[in-house]
Design a protein around this ligand. Structure first.
Ligand SMILES: Nc1nc2c(c(=O)[nH]1)N[C@H]1C(S)=C(S)[C@@H](COP(=O)(O)O)O[C@H]1N2
Ligand SMILES: [Mo]
Length: 265
């Protein structure tokens, strides 16, 4: 019986998340409001500097084919492994449907076939993970700008939120026997980053159909951003004016644990 894993509490999960932060050299964010404030300021500076010096839509470097890593490292969830996801995987994701909703004039429901039929962009880029590794790979997908142009964000839309299919931990049971669902991975970009030409909904890696460990059937590539900003297993896209009502309110699963929202590189 998988008892010990199934009973692992959310508290243990967040303790694990804090030690993961410690490993990533981010100790103290959670304990010190002063440090958190400072980090917030640095974050704003990084964002302003990147946009000022690099320009709003300056491109991340792209590389020749000869630089592609023989094996692209996978990180975070390697398989959502929920009943629902497993059914979709067994069907080759032909029934996977991504709603684009929230603050849009024209809500969409995108099948994988529809996403593959959009004009595609291919790019060979370097992925940087905060855990201290990088990997170069070739990605192909549909520019998110194209999809947002079809959905027509309303004037008050500020962020694009990606809701993912992978639960972060197991369901838990409280003392009254109520089942507590685990949080699901989610991430967000502002409209500038979301409409950047290298921000794509990717369905191919190195010329092959996107493998499950890399986010099948659809994952975000936002090439000026750190790895954790690039949601895998995208299930639903929502445009919002604020993060207040989503997850822990910080704009992403890892942001809710203390990571910066602006993960520029
Ligand atoms: N849904 C989801 N997206 C995710 C993650 C995850 O655990 N779940 N991990 C993030 C992190 S920290 C990194 S570095 C990259 C890893 O992408 P890869 O497995 O294709 O290398 O995915 C990001 N997107
Ligand atoms: Mo990462």
């Amino acid at each position: 019986m998988a008892e010990p894993i199934a009973r692992r509490s959310l508290l243990a999960r967040s303790a694990a998340a804090v030690s993961a932060l410690a490993l990533a050299g981010c100790t103290g964010i959670a304990d010190s409001p002063w440090a958190a404030n400072l980090l917030g300021e640095v974050e704003k500076l990084t964002k302003r500097a990147q946009r000022l010096f690099a320009g709003g839509h300056a491109l991340a470097p792209e590389f020749p084919k000869s630089d592609i890593a023989p094996v692209f490292r996978a990180n975070g969830t390697l398989n959502p492994n929920t009943n629902d996801y497993n059914v979709h995987a067994s069907e080759g994701f032909r029934n996977w449907m991504i709603p684009v909703e929230g603050l849009v004039e024209n809500p969409l429901r995108l099948s994988l076939a529809a996403i593959r039929a959009f004009p595609a962009r291919s790019q060979i880029t370097r992925h940087d993970c905060v855990e201290g590794w990088s990997c170069i790979g070739a990605w192909k997908g549909a520019p998110l700008a194209h999809i947002l142009a079809l959905a027509r964000p309303k004037p008050d839309a500020r962020y694009v939120v990606f809701h993912c299919a992978d639960p972060m931990g197991e369901a838990d049971v409280d003392t009254l026997g109520n089942v507590i669902a685990p949080p699901y991975y989610y991430e967000s970009l502002d409209l500038l980053e979301a409409t950047h030409p290298q921000t794509i909904l990717a369905y191919e890696l190195n010329g092959n159909v996107l493998p499950v460990e890399h986010g099948a059937p659809i994952r975000v590539r936002a090439e000026r951003q750190l790895g954790y900003k690039m949601a895998k297993y995208v299930q639903r896209i929502e445009l919002v004016d604020s993060f207040a009502r989503i997850g822990g309110g910080k704009g992403g699963y890892w942001e809710d644990q203390g990571y910066q929202w602006y993960g520029g590189i």
